[in-house]
Design a protein around this ligand. Structure first.
Ligand SMILES: [Zn+2]
Length: 164
């Protein structure tokens, strides 16, 4: 129940406040709050196809980081086409044998750069995001991972389940 209250606080108070800030600054950038690797991620972040919940979680972490670490989070990846997914795992024998889909192919994933954050800051952000349940039927599945995929570097990965 405590988590439910926290989630209500986030969605009803904190996130609308962030959105206001976002709108008042022209929409191209959430001023002082979040940054993007390239224009591609900036456009994808504003695309209606992006899952609202994963977007809200990214905004929440950005707000926290901005407020408490005095650091702007950088969103590095949102949408990944199937072709790009194949490219990420081009050297994985496991993937070649049985390819799997990524939440990023379905607008349900957001990656955040961890370079520039301390280990403690990363741990705090991962902990906050993981107070939000991924799938009540699969409690071992997490909303937030600190991982690397394919040949890429470590980053903070956010994901939400299909019915979210
Ligand atoms: Zn990811």
């Amino acid at each position: 129940m405590r988590l439910k209250r926290l989630w209500n606080y986030l969605t009803k108070i904190l996130i609308p406040a962030c959105k206001l800030e976002y709108q008042e600054n022209g929409g191209s950038k959430m001023h002082g709050l979040v940054d993007f690797k390239t224009n591609r991620q900036m456009n994808e972040f504003q695309d209606d196809k992006l899952n609202e919940k994963v977007k809200n979680i990214a905004v929440l972490l950005a707000f926290y980081s901005w407020n408490f670490f005095n650091k702007r989070l950088i969103i590095t990846d949102i949408l990944r086409t199937h072709q790009e997914q194949n490219h990420v795992y081009r050297d994985s024998a496991k993937y070649k044998k049985k390819p799997w889909r990524s939440v990023h192919e379905f607008w349900r994933g957001v990656d955040i750069r961890s370079h520039g954050l301390t280990d403690k800051e990363i741990k705090i952000l991962v902990t906050i995001a993981n107070t939000i349940e991924y799938d009540k039927n699969r409690p071992n599945k997490k909303t937030c991972l600190y991982h690397s995929v394919g040949k890429g570097g470590k980053h903070i990965h956010l994901q939400v389940f299909i019915s979210s």
